[in-house]
Design a protein. Structure first.
Length: 68
């Protein structure tokens, strides 16, 4: 089964020179969960997605993969 990339969480973290561990600390989430988000294995719910965008200080749309 091919993983469809829907989010850019890992890319955005790299752009701001942060790692998944940092995001784990900011959100208080399980490291395995954040890893799954970063690898697009699963997606965060919209409320969490909005919180991640807020923490990263970016527009939520910048975290989505452009489909066009």
């Amino acid at each position: 089964m091919k993983i469809v990339k829907l989010n850019r969480i890992k890319t955005v973290l790299a752009e701001i020179d942060k790692q998944g561990k940092w995001l784990v600390q900011q959100l208080g989430k399980d490291p395995a969960t954040v890893t799954k988000w970063c690898t697009n294995t699963v997606q965060p719910d919209l409320k969490t997605f909005a919180k991640i965008a807020e923490i990263l200080n970016i527009d939520i749309r910048e975290m989505l993969v452009n489909t066009k």
